[in-house]
Design a protein around this ligand. Sequence first.
Ligand SMILES: [Zn+2]
Length: 90
Amino acid sequence: MEICVHLRDILEEELREGNEVVSKYIDEWTNESYSVRLRRPLNKHNRDDYLAMSPTISYWENKESRYMPGKGYYCKQCKHSISGPFYYDY
Ligand SMILES: [Zn+2]
C-alpha cells in the first residue's frame, strides 16, 4: 500500500534526509487507516508549507505511553498517517 498523495511529499523528503521506514500498519478492523512509522523523529522544520497547502493534513503529537508515543502528520481525508518517535532515542 502506498501512502496517500497528500503525505507523499513529506515521506519522500524524510527518506531523502536519511530517515527510514520501520513499519507499515493497516488497521485490521476498519481496513482503511494506514500508518507508516519512521525510525527518527520527523523534522517539522519547513513543514508549515505542507500544512498550509493541504487542508486535509494536520500535525499531531502523542505523549501518552499507553499508545505509541510520537509525533507526525495525519491526513483526515485518506486516514493515512506518518509518524516517528518523539526523540532520537539511539
Ligand atoms: Zn490524503
